[in-house]
Every structure is written in structure tokens, then in C-alpha cells.
Design a protein around this ligand. Structure first.
Ligand code: FES
Length: 96
């Protein structure tokens, strides 16, 4: 095992977990998780920050009923109930 420093200035976890069976999940159709993740990845790339900010499509983060959930690291900001309309504001947080 090799211990190394985090190679990114920020890591953004975006839950895009999908579930069958009617249970709420951030990535279920109509929930927005996948769209939010794709838009953030695109925005980071267009801002030329791909080497500094890593947007990660995550599995379940455990607060499904409050989703979609987005987590900013290292800040530790946990945003719930995110919608695709929030992406510009999320990108502003990325650029800080
Ligand atoms: S499905 Fe997103 S937090 Fe569980």
C-alpha cells in the first residue's frame, strides 16, 4: 500500500445511484442525480479544471430520502435536495 496526498484541489461526490423497486434513489429516472453529475463534469472540463477538480459519480451516500446528494471535499459541505437547476451555483463553489 502506498500513501499519497490527494492529487486534486477538490473532489465532488455526486450520488447517481439507481434502484429498482420504487425505493427513492438519487439516480432514478426523474431524480436528477445523473444529470447533475454530467453537468458538473462538463462544467469543470469547460473551466479547464479537470486536473484540479474531480467530479465522481458515486453510489449511495446513505441519505437517499434527501437526495440527490452532492458532497464537496475537503470542505465537507453536504448538499441535499439538489436539482439540475442548482448546477450553476455548484459550479461557482467549484471555482472558489
Ligand atoms: S441513493 Fe443517493 S444517497 Fe442513497
Amino acid at each position: 500500500m502506498e500513501n499519497r496526498k490527494v492529487p486534486y484541489r477538490k473532489v465532488v461526490l455526486v450520488c447517481a445511484n439507481v434502484r429498482d423497486g420504487g425505493r427513492q434513489a438519487c439516480g432514478n429516472p426523474g431524480s436528477g442525480g445523473a444529470e447533475i453529475c454530467a453537468a458538473l463534469k462538463d462544467g469543470v472540463k469547460k473551466a479547464g479544471l479537470s486536473g484540479q477538480v474531480r467530479v465522481v459519480r458515486s453510489g449511495c451516500l446513505g441519505l437517499c430520502e434527501h437526495g440527490p446528494n452532492v458532497v464537496f471535499l475537503p470542505e465537507g459541505d453536504w448538499l441535499s435536495g439538489v436539482t439540475p437547476a442548482d448546477v450553476p451555483e455548484l459550479l461557482r463553489k467549484v471555482l472558489v
